[in-house]
Ligand binder design. Structure first.
Ligand code: TNX
Length: 560
């Protein structure tokens, strides 16, 4: 369901040209009550229902540009599903009938920037929030009150009758960072899938797309100043038929044909699409390790000088990393980050920082000289020097650095935010030091792990993370005091793609585990209940089916 935002005039025109067929399909009755995921904070069922007809109008109250992304999204969903083009009007609080009324309302500030109220009565629907993002989530909830079939891809023949049960909802998320990471380096995913991925986040009320753009196996973002990053770094030899960890490196003279990258124009469009859905894209540019693809293009920024080739599969440990002794390395990285910041307006820039084995640094005269000159103890402190220097650069451009929990080693950069993946300890340590933290432990958040019986599931990297365990995820570890907990910004799940090479397979790994994640980061712990969630999941799976999402069907009893 890729939804472009149309302006009011377009809707009026569409209203005139699209007529409704008399033979309408009836809605699918929702069994088991309201099947909203993530579960809202307060919900009271009322008598009756609102039916969308050709007479239904949409009223907008508040700044047009703030309300339109949500109103347009809703109108387009209705039109795609039912063929009805609702008309728009801009009003100031008039109580018209048969309207869907979207309003920005300052009196709702206590619900935060993402909270909202939604009231459905037989003759009108009211969506209210103090900020535009809240209105967008009100729209997402309203869409979940409609028949699942509304999630079908747009098609001229959709004639679904939309009836919405009367209800009063007041809702707000528990965390401000509700993320999902996609690795597009180990396998490249085309822009069409990235749009779809953003739609997935929106439907789950997730607001952060962490885009893992570079790694040893491919550099995926066009950088104008360094064209070889994509000319060379985006392509590797095709060893897809072999196991990830048994892939022969590129032979001399062999052509690299496997890969792809996003142009800056494509990225700008994707960022704007995400922005209209209140989703922040956090780009990740890995350093100092996981950088073989960059070094294949520019070996001069390594310690040894290369040559290197883009890795077609796994290599361990990762020893070919950026040289921390050369000034040129920092100029190169700052140039890259300048273009990255120009493309991505996010406050945070992710610099990776994970799994760098520093044996080359031990041997390198320039790194040793840097250690001595800067009064550093060892190569761990040299990594810390590296990250601090990059942090100073980002901070001087009003951005904040976030990195994997290895950035704690050798001393944390002063303003850094830590993404805790090797369990929760890194996050606990960082929060106790007064640093912001995003929790993403392998135990609950690694969607590249098996979700069922490895004997029948598609080949995965290992591990075991069934839906029920994702549901248990609580980003705030019990060990933290209330004050320390305030440093936990939220949580996210990660889809690494060593073993995931197609959009269909990515969807299989993501769903429905993303539904469990969404509830873990949105819903208050007291309101979470596995049995209740499993019941509501029925509705979510029906939505996935309608949207053509290739979800894991055996999610509830993975060993049947
Ligand atoms: C560890 S999580 C990695 C990734 C791999 C992942 C596989 C992290 C910061 N580094 O490079 O893809 O494990 O599960």
């Amino acid at each position: 369901m890729r939804i472009s935002l149309l302006c009011g005039i377009t809707f009026l025109v569409l209203a005139a040209v699209i007529s409704c067929s008399p033979s309408r399909r009836t809605d699918i009755p929702s069994r088991g009550g309201f099947q909203i995921i993530p579960k809202p904070q307060h919900l009271v069922q009322r008598e009756g229902r609102f039916t969308i007809t050709k007479q239904t109008a949409m009223e907008i109250e508040g700044d047009y540009h703030s309300v339109m992304p949500s109103a347009g999204f809703l109108a387009e969903t209705i039109q795609n599903a039912s063929g009805i083009a609702v008309t728009f009007s801009n009003v100031q609080g008039r109580r018209a009938k048969r309207v869907i009324h979207l309003a920005l309302d300052d009196s709702l500030v206590e619900l935060g920037i993402e909270g909202y109220t939604l009231t459905v009565q037989p003759d009108r629907i009211d969506l209210k929030a103090s900020q535009p993002a809240g209105l967008f989530y009100a729209v997402q909830t309203l869409i979940q009150l409609m028949p699942p079939a509304v999630y079908q891809p747009a098609s001229a023949s959709n004639k679904i009758k939309i009836r919405i049960p009367c209800v009063e909802i007041k809702d707000r998320p528990r965390f401000g960072w509700r993320g999902l990471m996609l690795d597009v380096s180990r396998h490249f995913f085309p822009p069409e899938f990235i749009y779809r991925f953003i739609d997935f986040l929106a439907m789950h009320k997730l607001n952060t797309f962490h885009w893992h753009l570079v790694d040893d196996q491919g550099w995926r973002i066009e950088i104008k100043k360094y064209p070889k990053l994509t000319e060379v770094g985006a392509w590797r030899v095709d060893r897809e038929a072999n196991h990830w960890n048994a892939r022969e490196p590129q032979k001399p003279g062999e052509k690299a044909t496997c890969g792809g990258f996003y142009t800056q124009d494509e990225i700008r469009d994707i960022v704007s699409y995400a922005t209209n859905r209140y989703i922040t894209i956090i780009p990740e540019i890995e350093m100092p390790g996981h950088t073989t693809a960059a070094l294949a293009a520019y070996p001069e920024y390594s310690c040894s000088g290369g040559p290197f080739s883009v890795l077609p599969g796994g290599v361990w440990p990762i020893t070919d990393i950026f040289c921390a002794g050369k000034e040129e390395t920092f100029i190169f990285l700052e140039d890259i980050l300048t273009e990255v910041m120009d493309l991505f307006p996010s406050r945070f820039i992710h610099i990776g920082g994970d799994e760098a084995t520093k044996t080359e640094w031990e041997k390198c005269p320039l790194c040793r000289e840097r250690i001595q000159k800067e009064g550093l103890k060892d190569v761990e402190e040299l990594q810390s020097y590296f990250i601090r220097r990059i942090e100073r650069f980002l901070n001087s451009h009003e951005r904040r650095l976030i990195g994997w929990d290895e950035i704690l080693e050798g001393g944390l950069a002063p303003q850094a935010t830590v993404m805790s993946w090797r369990g929760t300890q890194g996050g606990i340590d960082a929060a106790r030091l007064g640093h912001d933290v995003v929790m993403s432990p392998t135990s609950h958040c690694y969607f590249d792990y098996y979700q069922g019986d490895p004997d029948v599931e598609p080949l995965a990297i290992g591990g075991y993370l069934p839906l029920s365990r994702v549901y248990e995820f609580d980003p705030v570890p019990g060990e933290l005091s209330a004050e320390e907990s305030s440093f936990i910004l939220g949580g996210q799940a990660n889809l690494w793609t060593e073993y995931v090479s197609t959009p269909e397979h990515a969807e299989y790994m993501l769903f429905p585990r993303t539904a469990a994640l969404a509830e873990a980061v949105w819903t208050l712990p007291d309101l979470k209940d596995w049995t209740d969630f499993a019941g509501r999941l029925e509705g979510q799976l029906a939505r996935y089916k309608a949207a053509g999402i290739n979800y894991a069907e055996k999610c509830l009893s993975p060993f049947d």
